[in-house]
Write a new protein. Structure first.
Length: 124
């Protein structure tokens, strides 16, 4: 199976975002350097921080779970279809600066968390 959803940035941009996130100890958008979240917001969902899922179109995503992501905003209406987490609806999450698709916001009646695509983030 070929992965049609993979994206990457050029080497110069990657080096610049690596430097920014290390200096400021934050997690940034790999495409525009915008602040997305902090390491302290990493959380365990279903016994893991890290998850790999495929959507109905066969696109594979490696995501990490975060309790908050102030640099990520809603980019769609809420849906219950094909949710990767039982009891949670989802909305697309995008960078609030460049609108890059960063992942999803998962919500239930009593909880909310962000499932962010790891290759679209720069970690310190």
């Amino acid at each position: 199976m070929s992965l049609i959803c993979k994206q990457d940035i050029d080497l110069a941009t990657r080096k610049q975002t690596d430097t920014l996130s290390k200096e400021e100890e934050i997690i940034t958008c790999a495409f525009c350097n915008n602040y997305i979240t902090d390491l302290a917001c990493q959380m365990i969902v279903n016994d893991s921080f890290y998850h790999t899922f495929a959507n109905p179109h066969g696109c594979v995503f490696e995501i990490g779970c975060f309790s908050d992501a102030k640099g990520c905003i809603y980019g769609s209406i809420s849906s219950n279809e094909f949710s990767w987490f039982l009891g949670f609806s989802w909305q697309i999450g995008v960078c609030n600066h460049c609108s890059t698709h960063l992942g999803w916001v998962f919500s239930s009646e009593s909880d909310r968390f962000y499932g962010l695509i790891l290759e679209k983030l720069i970690f310190p």
